[in-house]
Ligand binder design. Structure first.
Ligand SMILES: NC(=O)C1=CN([C@@H]2O[C@H](COP(=O)(O)OP(=O)(O)OC[C@H]3O[C@@H](n4cnc5c(N)ncnc54)[C@H](OP(=O)(O)O)[C@@H]3O)[C@@H](O)[C@H]2O)C=CC1
Ligand SMILES: N[C@@H](CCC(=O)N[C@@H](CSC=O)C(=O)NCC(=O)O)C(=O)O
Ligand SMILES: [Zn+2]
Ligand SMILES: [Zn+2]
Length: 380
């Protein structure tokens, strides 16, 4: 094998040249990692709804040209100076929510958000303000600190975690976002007690992962709300106890009415996994007076705002949200991989589609077809 350490690597990547257009498979140059950076050979990546959201032009931080993708697993190819947390050959998962363990956020004990590189990550560059990705004579932007739609990528050393090398990378890639986000929202962000009634709006990968987490926490009613009746079977498969299609309720009955009726006064926890601000309002208002908490997970389009009567909060309902489920990636992701390996965390069941890199646009189309939970893209 040719030693590529310290040299540029030329490989294939799916480039988003502009919003609203298909990705284009290009030969790109991936520069070597600088200090505190890691170059990863990406083996597999999932395609998350957030990739489609940014590609659509709805993301206020979205900028082009960019290499999207943030749900990736691979092998460390080389590391820059000062990297001690991973080494060449490690099997890793990229982390769009880094964990530096030094910043105010990391040390707070109150959040998984890390402030160390958030500003540059949001601008699509590495922490030193430059890009490691080039194509046709121009720099490409990084995405969410990951850019996993490339056969090789460079990430900050706080944006990657080594996991059990025996764990198959075509599964662990999904722990880079969707599954961890929903599962963490239910098991870390929400404090679900045994018997609590919960409602999950949106039965995609994130919503079904909330269901999985709620089952783990021995929730009582786990009500799945989705506008697609085909999701009923999916909800049941993951442990949902009830399914409601809000478009099929009798006239005059709202989804909030229905959930309050099903739970004798309202849910202990609700989760928005749709990104629709009207759904977020329903999710809040379906919470139990005095203590119900609604957790916003879905990402809403630029310009969208949430609203409700302040009385809803005055009377004890709580509106909160989380990124990556509240999970600290470097500290907690290896444990989730361990749970998967022990058979106590479902991952395989989320994979409905597989595509080679050259068909990555089909993965985006799959996502809108209604029968796709997750498509795993083979980067080879
Ligand atoms: N906060 C975070 O850290 C993260 C946030 N996200 C966000 O979470 C959301 C879910 O992601 P993901 O699971 O990948 O997305 P999916 O598109 O796979 O799932 C969303 C589900 O919601 C359903 N839905 C759409 N509108 C409604 C509605 N009005 N009422 C009930 N259900 C509805 C969709 O149905 P249909 O299939 O018919 O459209 C689909 O089943 C996205 O907004 C994504 O950007 C994702 C990962 C991390
Ligand atoms: N860039 C957007 C917001 C997008 C967003 O909310 N991203 C989530 C992760 S979604 C994963 O699939 C997130 O981690 N948010 C926290 C963060 O620091 O970005 C915007 O500008 O509104
Ligand atoms: Zn995601
Ligand atoms: Zn930090």
């Amino acid at each position: 094998m040719l030693d590529t350490t310290g040299k540029s690597i030329f490989c294939k990547a799916a480039v988003a040249w502009e919003a609203g257009k298909d990705l284009s498979i290009e030969d790109i140059e991936v520069l070597p990692p600088r200090a505190h950076e890691v170059r990863i050979k990406i083996a597999y990546t999932g395609v998350c709804h957030t990739d489609a959201y940014t590609l659509s032009g709805s993301d206020p931080e979205g900028a082009f040209p960019v290499v999207l993708g943030h749900e990736g697993a691979g092998i460390v190819e080389s590391v820059g100076e000062g990297v001690t947390s991973v080494q060449v050959g490690d099997t890793v998962v990229a982390l769009y929510t880094p964990e530096c363990r030094e910043c105010k956020f990391c040390k707070s004990g109150k959040t998984n958000l890390c402030g160390k590189i958030r500003a540059t990550q949001g601008k699509g560059v590495m922490p030193d303000g430059t890009s490691r990705l080039r194509c046709k004579g121009q720099d490409l932007l990084h995405f969410m600190g990951c850019s996993t739609f490339s056969q090789y990528t460079v990430v900050a050393d706080i944006s990657v975690v080594a996991v059990d090398p025996k764990a198959p990378m075509d599964r662990t890639c999904l722990l880079g976002c969707g599954i961890t986000t929903g599962y963490g929202a239910a098991t870390i962000t929400a404090k679900i007690f045994e018997g609590d009634n919960i409602a999950v709006f949106g039965a995609g990968c994130v919503g079904l992962s909330v269901v999985q987490g709620a089952v783990e926490k021995k929730a009582g009613k786990i009500i799945v709300v989705d506008i697609n009746n085909d999701k009923k079977e999916w909800a049941e498969k993951f442990g949902g106890t009830d399914f409601v299609n809000p478009t099929e309720l009798p006239e005059g009955i709202t989804i909030v009415d229905k959930l309050i009726e099903l739970t004798d006064g309202g849910c202990d926890y609700t989760f928005d996994c749709t990104g629709n601000v009207n759904v977020m309002r329903d999710a809040l208002e379906a919470c139990h007076k005095g203590w119900g908490e609604s957790i916003v997970i879905g990402v809403a389009a630029a310009g969208k705002e949430i609203s409700t009567r302040p009385f809803q909060l005055v009377t004890g309902r709580v509106w909160k949200g989380c990124a990556f489920g509240g999970v600290k990636g470097r500290s907690q992701l290896p444990g989730l991989v361990g749970d998967y390996m022990k058979g106590s965390l479902k991952v395989d069941q989320f994979i409905t589609h597989r595509r080679p890199l050259e068909d990555i646009n089909k993965a985006f189309h799959d996502m809108h077809a209604g029968d796709c939970i997750r498509c795993v893209v083979d980067m080879a």
